[in-house]
Design a protein around this ligand. Structure first.
Ligand code: NAD
Length: 368
């Protein structure tokens, strides 16, 4: 999967995006958060949700008038442990960061904190928010609804989003436990990568109207937006590999993200109006923080989490396998590899940033 890339230092990419966001009207405090969330994804190798989405998701939606550049963060209901927030179609990263901060602050005082959000927008890679809790000695849990793309088990119509359920837990290792993934077998970002590389999709990722696997990557990207193709839930097609479990977990995420906050759900998130024009996609999210010391000493907890990870990694390997990983480990290794190099820019990403620089008249130099 190697592409020819130019490496660009993280702080410079972040600063470029911050000035880009500011240039289209995002207040500087919000621009800083949005740029930080995006570059944080690339630091861990979550390139599908990193700086590659700066233009195509965030800037383009603001330019199209379907997302507001300045956020009104309204707390509509609050208790000592909970809150409901209305994001008024503002900047999803900023709304999510503030909502998780509230959950963490509530957990600090009361042991547990949970906030839910309606009318937010795409919040990016979910680990960022769970990690905020981990950094304060807490378990962090978050999820978000997303544009419908997964078909339910035995269905072919995209109904549920790729709906990540993301858990972060402190451990005594160099990196926390971090399970950060969609409830679909794959997600659009990975299909886009296959498209750029000119590769056919493997079995298992996408189904067509006939319920059979699709492999024609480029056309799949078009058809996913027209209800003619759908992603499979985690576990795959039918019941043989328990696709109904991924389908069920995706529903859990949809319900927690929308029913408590009274956010829009499923087909209301399609992002196209009756006339076929792009419209806003106002999502729901949820954030939970659990203070470990309300249950047990933090070091004791961390040691046990680390021990569970170590025992799993040391367990007997399958023939031909050299390693067993635990969640969060691969991303930590990407960080160790990238920390002095920065973000890898391939040709489409270079073109996207060059277009932004020209359109917004940004002064910063690009390294390509
Ligand atoms: N905002 C949204 O709407 C949205 C929707 C879906 C996904 N996402 C984000 O997309 C990103 C990628 O999601 P994904 O579903 O493609 O993730 P993925 O399939 O790459 O899985 C990543 C997770 O699996 C773990 N992992 C990978 N290999 C492992 C192994 N061999 N053993 C143990 N653990 C292993 C990783 O540590 C990580 O926690 C995430 O950051 C997610 O939050 C966002």
């Amino acid at each position: 999967m190697d592409e020819k890339v130019t490496w660009w230092a993280f702080d410079e990419v972040e600063s470029f995006m911050r000035s880009g966001f500011e240039a289209i009207g995002v207040p500087s405090e919000e621009a800083a958060v949005c740029a930080d969330v995006l570059v944080s994804a690339d630091k861990r190798g979550v390139d599908s949700h990193g700086v590659g989405r700066f233009k195509p998701i965030y800037l383009d939606r603001i330019w199209a008038g379907t997302q507001k550049p300045a956020t009104e963060f309204e707390i509509v209901r609050e208790t000592p442990t909970t809150a409901v927030i209305d994001g008024h179609n503002g900047m999803g990263h900023y709304i999510a960061r503030r909502a998780m901060q509230m959950a963490v602050d509530k957990a600090e005082k009361n042991g547990l904190g949970m906030t839910v959000v309606r009318n937010s927008t795409h919040y990016g890679a979910a680990f960022y928010y769970s990690r905020m809790a981990v950094e304060r000695g807490m378990i962090g849990f978050t999820g978000t609804s997303a544009r419908p793309s997964i078909a339910p088990t035995w269905g072919v119509e995209p109904m549920l989003g790729t709906n990540p359920l993301t858990w972060g837990m402190p451990s005594d290792e160099d990196f926390p436990f971090m399970l950060d993934c969609a409830t679909s077998t794959t997600q659009r970002g990975k299909i886009e990568l296959y498209d750029r590389l000119g590769k056919d999709l493997p079995d298992g990722w996408v189904i067509g109207q006939d319920g059979e696997y699709r492999h024609d990557t480029h056309q799949v990207l078009v058809d996913l937006t027209k209800d003619k193709a759908a992603l499979t839930p985690l576990g795959g097609l039918g019941e043989a590999f328990s696709g109904y479990k991924g389908y069920g977990y995706s529903m859990v995420c949809e319900i927690l993200s929308s029913a408590l906050s009274q956010a829009n759900f499923m087909k209301a998130l399609i992002g196209v109006d009756a006339a076929g024009k792009p419209s806003s996609i106002e999502l729901g999210h949820f954030f939970m923080a659990m203070k470990v010391e309300a249950f047990v000493e933090l070091d004791t907890f961390k040691k046990q989490v680390g021990e569970i990870c170590r025992q799993l990694r040391a367990s007997k390997k399958a023939p031909g396998a050299t390693r067993i990983y635990t969640p969060g480990e691969k991303e930590h290794e990407v960080w160790l590899y990238r920390k002095d190099k920065g973000v890898p820019f391939n040709d489409p990403l270079k073109a996207s940033f060059t277009a932004v620089k020209e359109k917004l008249g940004l002064k910063a130099d690009l390294p390509f």
